[in-house]
Design a protein around this ligand. Structure first.
Ligand code: NAD
Length: 355
């Protein structure tokens, strides 16, 4: 039986291709950006310099202090530079942290964002913003923060280390897995999710063996785009809730947490989501998608347990309380006992458990 659905396309412009970074000036011009503030992390200052050189007199300054989780102090500092230099738009070149800073500036000052992602996190495809104040991360949705244009250049992902490529790619797969059983799933999103997962699962093992393989990098980045679009269009469930809480309460690295937790949540949820299970069976070429995800993570050398990230059993009660305290959608109701079992298996790297 075909379920009822509502599908609303997000107004995204995507430019994809090896060498597409050279189209930054053209895209900035299309958006009417004449005085761009170029955003980056301190690790990607040289790349920001390349963007600046390409933009020539369309760039006014580089702000290379983007940080994980978008601290409000960083946003205030970037906003001051933008105001001081009369910036009329941002070029955010980097991973989710840099694009998150661009979104924060869009929220605060209405600056249009041209995003040039260099990881597989997918933030560029979503109207979701995040801000951290006093160690508390707040998130929300606002169409104003959606980048107006996105340039995907697989060549920019070549320096992404094998380990980060693996965990970032698994993070992207997690968006698509949860989109498959989201209450607001639709045929368009499900098709994108399946294709995105297949693209990433097929290319990530090649990338961890040879990070300079441009064909695999292209396939992975295309997969990341599709998975990011899934995140932007649907409501995430238990997996994203758990990762958000684990990251917030225990200050864990974002992508690694996703890599560990995903197979456990898939095992728990897929019995209640038969269409999602079928799509994952096709995308991963396996009869058991939860095990397929665990095997993929192991093959990629991703951490296999939360213990490897420093989590102990003693950390779990606070996490469980916070997960149970606020509602979220999920195909299966989540009891305290089920959460305890799931998290215990995730901490110790035990087999995925369906009940
Ligand atoms: P990141 O942006 O924090 O980058 C991690 C590190 O890798 C940084 O030092 C960065 O400079 C470096 N790096 C990035 N690309 C590189 C490349 N090609 N080569 C070499 N080094 C590179 O990591 P991330 O995983 O992309 O983003 C994580 C953040 O994004 C989290 O805060 C998460 O909450 C957020 N996020 C938000 C959304 C959303 O929709 N709002 C979606 C996904 C992730």
């Amino acid at each position: 039986m075909i379920r009822e659905f509502t599908y609303e396309a997000l107004p995204m412009r995507v430019v994809f291709g090896a060498g597409a970074v050279r189209r930054i000036p053209e895209e900035a011009e299309r958006l009417g950006i004449e005085r761009a503030l170029v955003l980056a992390t301190p690790q990607q200052t040289a790349l920001a310099g390349t963007a600046c050189d390409l933009l020539a007199d369309r760039a006014v300054e580089i702000f290379d202090r983007a940080r994980m989780h978008v601290p409000v102090e960083t946003v205030a500092a970037a906003a001051a530079v933008a105001a001081d230099r009369g910036a009329d738009g941002c070029v955010a070149i980097g991973g989710g942290s840099t694009i998150g800073l661009g979104k924060a500036l869009a929220l605060r000052q209405g600056l249009p964002v041209l995003a040039v992602p260099t990881t597989y996190a997918g933030s560029e495809m979503t109207p979701i913003w995040g801000l951290t104040d006093n160690a508390r991360k707040q998130t929300g949705r606002d169409p104003a923060v959606l980048p107006r244009s996105v340039i995907y250049d697989p060549e920019l992902t070549l320096p992404l280390p094998a380990g980060l490529s693996a965990t970032s790619g698994l993070n992207a797969i997690a968006h698509a897995v949860e989109a498959l059983y989201a209450p607001d799933a639709s045929p368009v999103i499900s098709a994108m999710a399946e294709r995105g997962i297949r693209g990433l699962a097929g290319s990530l093992p090649t990338i961890t063996g040879d990070p300079a393989d441009i064909d695999a990098r292209s396939a992975a980045l295309q997969g990341a785009w599709l998975c990011g679009a899934c995140l932007g269009a649907t409501t995430m469930g238990l997996h994203h809730k758990l990762c958000h809480v684990l990251g917030g309460v225990l200050d864990l690295q974002h992508a690694e947490t996703h890599a560990v937790v995903l197979p456990h949540v898939a095992a728990f949820n897929l019995d209640a989501a038969p269409d999602a299970r079928s799509a994952l069976q096709r995308a991963l070429d396996t009869t058991d998608p939860a095990e397929g995800l665990a095997e993929l993570a192991a093959r990629l050398g991703a951490p296999g347990s939360l213990a490897e990230l420093g989590v102990t059993d003693a950390d779990l009660p606070a996490v469980i309380e916070e997960v149970l305290a606020s509602p979220y959608t999920n195909p299966r109701p989540v009891s305290r006992e089920a959460l305890e079992r799931l998290l215990h298996a995730a901490v110790h790297g035990g087999p995925t458990v369906a009940t």
